[in-house]
Design a protein around this ligand. Structure first.
Ligand SMILES: [Zn+2]
Length: 82
């Protein structure tokens, strides 16, 4: 049993969507839509499949997206009136 506090890096060797081994890790500017808002996250690490354009986000990437999201930032400051 491995008891390590160090979290293992997520590695993906095949696309979960189409099974292609061409999926690869990308680090760069990410532009996308999250919670209905389009915004850019610089220096994001994620996996992208060139065959089916599936994108896989490791937990760290998800957190970075959430932290950079205008919707997320707003929800911390302003209470939703819905
Ligand atoms: Zn794919």
């Amino acid at each position: 049993m491995i008891t390590s506090s160090k979290r293992e890096a997520l590695t993906i060797s095949s696309c979960p969507s189409c099974g292609s081994a061409a999926i690869r890790k990308i680090k760069g500017k990410w532009t996308g839509t999250f919670q209905g808002k389009t915004f850019t996250v610089p220096g994001l690490e994620y996996f992208s499949c060139p065959k089916c354009h599936e994108k896989v986000y490791p937990p760290q990437a998800m957190r970075k997206i959430q932290e950079s999201s205008p919707a997320y930032a707003k929800s911390r400051l302003v209470r939703r009136a819905s």
